[in-house]
Design a protein around this ligand. Structure first.
Ligand code: CAA
Length: 260
């Protein structure tokens, strides 16, 4: 697939994925959503070696300012349902991706942009970043998982306030609420995400994938997360990496994980 709205750069097994719609503050139009679907569903899973993905927005003003409002004019109830369902499916591909995906939030992360950042496993924000779910200002609600993930991250009290008022919060407040992992100087978001990913890249790849799977189970309706953990633990103890990790510990050397 040729991507019109995504730029992909690879360095040392880490992919930097940049949403390239700077003039529209990287708003997610349908074409970009289809491209993200293809990237996370078809393209990235087959890439090897791939230790992780950093997702950011072009320019220094916005990560993503939401779904593309200019495509909203023809929406009716049925088209709205289809749009939300598709958006949620695309963001599940990110949340369930087996390698860590870090959002480098380089400015506004609003509406679908905040939802996109929340679907990533970890978030690094620039000091100038702003987060919010302003959909109520448009007379709609978040449709790409925002009502669910925001509450899970910040709790019902603050989450409901943000969803009902549409207010934006700054990066420090997002950090205080547990929405982001770290706040860095503007322009340093990708570098900080790379440092974090490099640290994770030294760990056992199967273990990393299984941590993501087990943590996702916390929020899956009808899933017993403790049982999922038992299965995931068993899967990791059956790997060559586990033997290597234990042997390296005993020999007091660095493990050389193969992802098997
Ligand atoms: N969709 C389409 N275009 C957008 C956009 C969006 N979500 N956000 C910004 N843009 C465009 C603007 O229309 C403008 O384009 P033009 O130059 O062609 O007019 C350009 O980006 C720059 O934006 P502004 O002039 O508005 O910049 P600003 O500095 O004055 O304000 C802002 C920045 C506060 C982020 C403001 O642009 C804004 O409020 N954007 C909309 C945010 C929003 O409501 N997002 C939620 C969308 S709904 C959603 O996401 C639903 C869902 O859950 C799936």
């Amino acid at each position: 697939m040729t991507y019109n709205n995504l730029q992909i750069e690879e360095e040392g097994g880490i992919l930097l994925l940049t949403i390239q719609r700077e003039k529209a503050l990287n708003a997610l139009n349908q074409e970009t959503m289809r491209e993200l679907e293809h990237f996370f569903g078809e393209d990235a899973p087959g890439r090897d070696p791939l230790r992780g993905i950093i997702l950011t927005g072009a320019g220094s003003k916005a990560f993503v300012a939401g779904a593309d409002i200019k495509e909203f004019l023809d929406l009716d109830a049925e088209a709205g349902r289809r749009m939300a369902k598709h958006g949620q499916e695309v963001f599940f591909l990110i949340e369930r991706f087996t390698r860590p995906v870090i959002a480098a939030v380089n400015g506004f992360a609003l509406g679908g942009g905040c939802e996109l950042a929340m679907a990533c496993h970890l978030r690094i924000a620039g000091e100038h970043a702003r987060f919010g779910q302003p959909e109520v200002n448009l007379g709609i609600i978040p449709g790409f998982g925002g009502t669910q993930r925001l509450i899970r991250y910040v709790g019902r009290t603050k989450g409901l306030e943000l969803l009902l008022t549409g207010d934006m919060i700054d990066a420090q407040e997002a950090h205080r609420l547990g929405l982001v992992n770290a706040v860095v100087a503007p322009g340093k978001e990708v570098e900080a995400a790379r440092t974090l990913l490099s640290k994770i890249a030294g760990k056992g790849p199967v273990a990393v994938a299984k941590v993501i799977e087990a943590v996702n189970a916390v929020f899956e309706d009808g899933t017993d997360g403790f049982s999922r953990e038992v299965e995931a633990f068993g899967a990791t103890t059956g790997t060559e990496d586990f033997k290597e990790g234990a042997a390296a510990f005993i020999a007091k050397r660095k493990p050389d994980f193969k992802g098997k």
